[in-house]
Design a protein around this ligand. Structure first.
Ligand code: PLP
Ligand code: ZN
Length: 392
């Protein structure tokens, strides 16, 4: 055992438990078509990873937790400084809602302005390690921008299929960083079909949300950081703007791993998924008691990152929400917009619509008695309002 070791053990299907080779590129399970997750030798890692060792680390990006990340050779762990984002206490906004311990994990401070950088940093690094030169994905914009940044940094190529109504500035970001951008006349799921075709035709590696097992590992670092920032306890409630669900599913995975490593207790936050009223497949499935979601027809919302009509990881999202005693709520676009201004004016934090949706959900969560005023509540501010100048 040595510093810089990864305890990656295998790649396992979340549905049927089929196992896959860690030295080959993986996408979905070839037996059942569901999502694959990396698994680690947590027994081995436990001997090595202590709170003291973690505190001494001088790495303040997603590779702070390299032992339980999927990249084996340190030279492929690229970074643009993603992760280790601040946990900001929202005193004024909290007071307005009568909440004493309201926090924001400010993911807007990531490279390219959103937490998408965490996942794409992990996926591009792992792809590089396994010899990939061309990456492909459908994106509402933010993931494409993050992919373009990391592929540019690594000298690889990004191919992105985006809805043509994606925010103009984000499309520009992709173009400026050298991403090969194809605009699609349709929503994200149609862009996904086009990306699948291009993937097969060209032999590119698809890094579409949860269709490969590495992005989720980048996103799970949000869970690791929360635990460390709260002195190895977890908050009572996490409010998360849910699209494809990588973040909620990733954090849930992180908490299980931290518990197995003996770093936290078995107390979990209640996970709350927030979706826009115009596209709420997870909220509907949660309310109907379903294990998976059906496609949301005629999806609309200006919060493009959470305007996701169907998610391949729906069963994982619903499981995390239910096992945690959480809930799912929908918010109208008008209230998201109000929340954007409220956060900016009361706290000095400009968030993009998706991120502000978490604050918009607070009123409902208080009215239906879900939140207690003394609880530690963390809103996930998934992206900066600086990248959506036209939404102000
Ligand atoms: C992609 C995105 C989301 C949704 O994230 P998932 O983890 O895929 O559910 C939320 N907010 C922003 C800003 C995004 O770009
Ligand atoms: Zn399977």
């Amino acid at each position: 055992m040595f510093q810089n070791h990864s305890f990656l053990k295998n790649i396992v299907c979340t549905n049927c438990n089929s196992q896959y080779n860690i030295n080959k590129l993986n996408n979905l399970c070839t037996s059942c078509g569901k999502v694959l997750f990396p698994k680690y030798d947590l027994e081995g890692a436990k001997e090595f990873l202590s709170k003291v060792l973690i505190r001494k680390k001088k790495v303040y990006n997603i590779w702070r937790f390299n032992e339980i990340m999927p990249v084996i050779n340190p030279k492929f762990r690229i970074s643009l400084g993603e992760g280790w984002t601040p946990l900001v206490k929202l005193n004024i906004l909290g007071r307005q809602f009568g909440l004493k311990n309201l926090f924001l994990k400010d993911e807007g401070q990531n490279p390219t302005g959103t937490f998408k950088s965490r996942g794409l940093c992990a996926a591009v690094s792992k792809g590089l390690e396994l010899g990939v030169k061309d990456f492909v994905m459908p994106s509402a914009g933010n993931a494409g921008a993050a992919l373009s940044a990391y592929t540019a940094h690594a000298g690889a190529k990004a191919h992105i299929f985006a809805p043509k109504d994606a925010p103009e500035f984000i499309l520009k970001e992709i173009d400026v960083m050298g991403g090969d951008l194809v605009l699609i006349d349709g929503l994200i799921d149609y862009a996904g079909e086009r990306a699948n075709i291009a993937e097969k035709e060209n032999g590119w590696f698809s890094v579409s949300t949860l269709k490969e097992p590495y992005r989720v590992e980048g996103k799970k670092t949000m869970g690791f950081e929360l635990a460390e920032q709260f002195e190895w306890t977890l908050p009572d409630v996490i409010v998360y703007p849910t699209g494809g669900g990588t973040g909620i599913v990733g954090m849930w995975k992180a908490f299980l791993e931290l518990e197995e490593l003996g770093l936290i207790s078995n107390k979990r936050p209640r996970m709350v998924a927030v979706q826009p009223e115009g596209c709420q497949p997870i909220v509907r499935a949660f309310e109907q008691g379903k294990k998976s979601a059906t496609k949301w027809e005629n999806a609309h919302s200006f919060a493009g990152g959470i305007r996701v009509p169907s998610a391949i990881g729906d069963y994982l999202i619903l499981d995390a929400i239910r096992s945690s005693g959480g809930t799912a709520v929908a918010v109208p676009d008008s209230e998201i917009k109000t929340a954007m201004y409220k956060l900016a004016r009361t706290e000095g934090i400009m968030l993009c619509p998706e991120a502000a949706a978490t604050a918009a959900a607070l009123q409902t969560l208080i009215e239906n008695g879900f939140l207690d005023k003394d609880e530690k509540i963390v809103l996930f501010g998934t992206g900066s309002g600086l990248i959506t100048p036209n939404d102000w």
